[in-house]
Design a protein around this ligand. Structure first.
Ligand code: G3P
Ligand code: CA
Length: 245
């Protein structure tokens, strides 16, 4: 059965990477949630996708140039004006919300455009402090960071990539991680999924919101999808199960 990861929570319905978005994903019974982690100038971990504040908040400039207190003063409703109370959450706040649930978590470290020394250690420490290590997969586009996590004994790990790579299963398997997290467009057919599985990798494409694409990828046997609308993906999964019954 394809697992459904709420992307940035349930970003189709609530401001991405905020507590309301994660609460919605929990309420929709997603199997897991995905979110993005960056670091403040006072070395606090916060959950926000972009390296800058401009798109999703009423602030501007790099996340890394602001203190946590400065970030907490911002409106993070990202244009969804029904959610004006939404704030940039800390990693701890998000983990705390998820502890009592059964959801799995994909903690994506946003360290491929900005250097955040110590990000891996701090994120792993927070996950362990909340007793969540068995429910978390760490991922990043920074493959040196994946190796660092591996050296720290952290896993499972997901290798994110962006482009249309040639035989990515070979590269990703050589990295020693457990899963490939490709852009959906890079999953060119059933053969891609089979090759990854033969290489011992789980396949979790992002970001899949359309019903036809969800259906196609699920039929090809991907292990999970990242989606902004977990309810839509769950309905597609239910339809396929009914067809197969
Ligand atoms: O982790 C899957 C996906 O979230 C990666 O892309 O840009 O949405 O962080 P992005
Ligand atoms: Ca992400």
């Amino acid at each position: 059965m394809t697992e459904i990861y709420g992307h940035r929570g349930a970003a189709a319905y609530a401001p991405e990477n905020t507590i309301p978005s994660f609460k919605l994903a929990i309420g929709l019974h997603a199997d897991a949630v995905e979110f993005d982690v960056q670091m403040t100038s006072d070395h606090q971990l916060v959950v926000i996708h972009d390296e800058t504040l401009d798109r999703t908040t009423d602030g501007s400039g790099p996340v890394k140039s602001h203190t946590l207190a400065q970030l907490k003063a911002l409106d993070a409703c990202a244009g969804k004006t029904d959610f004006r109370q939404a704030r940039i959450p800390t990693l701890d706040e998000v983990l705390e919300l998820l502890v009592p649930t059964k959801l799995r978590l994909n903690v994506e470290l946003k360290n491929s455009e900005v250097e955040y020394p110590g990000l891996e250690e701090k994120a792993v420490e927070a996950v362990r402090r909340h007793g969540l290590e068995r429910r978390v997969v760490f991922s990043t586009f920074n493959h040196y960071s994946l190796r660092l996590l591996e050296d720290m004994g952290v896993g499972p790990l997901g290798c994110l990539y962006q482009d249309i790579l040639f035989r990515p299963w070979r590269y990703v398997a050589a990295l020693g991680v457990e899963a490939v997290h490709p852009p959906a467009v890079a999953v060119f057919g059933k053969r891609y999924v089979r090759k990854c599985h033969e290489a011992g990798l789980y396949v979790r494409p992002w970001v899949v919101n359309g019903k036809a694409e969800l259906r196609r990828l699920m039929r090809w046997g991907v292990d999970a999808v990242f989606t902004d609308a977990p309810d839509v993906a769950m309905a597609v999964r239910d339809d396929l199960a009914a067809e197969d019954a």
